[in-house]
Write a protein that binds this ligand. Structure first.
Ligand SMILES: Nc1ncnc2c1ncn2[C@@H]1O[C@H](COP(=O)(O)OP(=O)(O)O)[C@@H](O)[C@H]1O
Ligand SMILES: [Mg+2]
Length: 299
């Protein structure tokens, strides 16, 4: 029987942190220009741009995990795919905040009404009715900042300081066409910057380049809001590292043996001692997926 969960590939999902490879330069930029600035008290906004499937969500999730590890950032991941208006966006952000902060000390009384259940594994079930009733109240920039600020105050405790809030708005491609969205984002950033004590908010939007252009057309000053992080194709070396990491993660000894027989791997086939000698041609990719699939069934 094929065990899907054993596959080291995650089509259509951000790479799990332990399988993430490469992107050293881009990570550095995000950590210095984003996370680093927040530590100096300056809210920051980044736009992660690149083609479909290039790795935007993966780097967003990865760097937010780094920020959490380094400075205990609260990670809020929100996908806006399929949403149609800014109230939907507010609803999604509210849900993201509730999910992200539900395990923080002292937050229950504040956000408890939005949570209908937290299971043994910490998975949060949202009380969608209450949430939908409140979402319109936080759909204006000022009230959203207010709400975020209250959450931040509640969870940023002296014995448990929070470095900042890392808010990822992923998949903006649909909603970015809506002029109100550009307006919301711009005002969100402005309201926070102008407030007496700005929330240490790292706002990260992910989308294709055209969407940023559209947002700027809708609202010219959006241009000045974002630092742009460009995501290009992984280099060949990074792709090799990806396969090595992925295969090691499931200890695909059979795969490695087969690749060795085919002359695609030199040296020993034990963990960490082999070396790929092939370049990624479509034929090899087909081979890899075929072998991968059959070995999954063998296991
Ligand atoms: N740096 C990386 N390391 C490992 N896997 C990656 C990396 N970047 C992307 N992937 C994988 O590539 C695919 C597409 O990545 P994703 O982040 O979803 O792209 P995008 O958000 O730009 O559409 C996913 O299967 C993901 O797991
Ligand atoms: Mg994505």
């Amino acid at each position: 029987m094929q065990e899907k969960s054993k596959s080291p590939f995650y089509p259509g999902q951000p790479a799990p942190v332990e399988l993430f490879v490469g992107r050293a330069k881009e990570i550095d930029r995000i950590m210095v220009r984003g996370v680093g600035q927040i530590k100096h008290g300056k809210p920051q906004s980044l736009f992660v741009q690149g083609d479909y499937g290039i790795g935007k969500s993966s780097i967003a999730v990865y760097t937010s995990a780094l920020a959490y590890k380094q400075s205990n950032f609260l990670r809020v991941y929100v996908t806006l795919g399929g949403l149609r208006n800014t109230i939907d966006v507010a609803n999604a952000i509210l849900e993201g905040i509730v999910k992200a902060s539900s395990d923080q000390p002292d937050i229950k009384d504040f956000l408890g009404k939005y949570i209908s259940e937290i299971n043994l594994f910490g998975a949060v079930k949202i009380n969608t009715k209450v949430l939908a009733e409140d979402a319109p109240n936080i759909s204006t920039p000022a009230s959203m900042i207010d709400f975020l600020g209250s959450v931040y105050k509640k969870i940023n405790l002296p014995n448990h300081p929070i470095g900042g809030i890392f808010l990822i708005l992923d998949e903006i491609n649909g909603i970015a066409k809506d002029p109100q969205f550009a307006q919301l984002i711009k005002r969100l950033v402005d309201v926070n910057a102008a407030s007496e004590s700005p929330i240490p908010l790292l706002l990260m939007l992910c989308g294709i380049e055209d969407r940023l252009r559209e947002m700027i057309e809708n609202h010219r000053s959006v241009d000045r809001v974002f630092d742009i992080i460009n995501i290009d194709r992984l280099s060949n070396a990074e792709v090799m590292e990806f396969y090595k990491t992925a295969f090691e993660s499931v200890k695909l000894d059979n795969f490695l043996r087969k690749m060795k027989e085919l002359g695609a791997i030199k040296n020993g086939a034990s963990r960490g001692e082999y070396e790929f000698t092939f370049t990624l041609t479509p034929a090899y990719l087909r081979l890899i997926s075929r072998i991968d699939g059959s070995l999954m069934r063998e296991r």
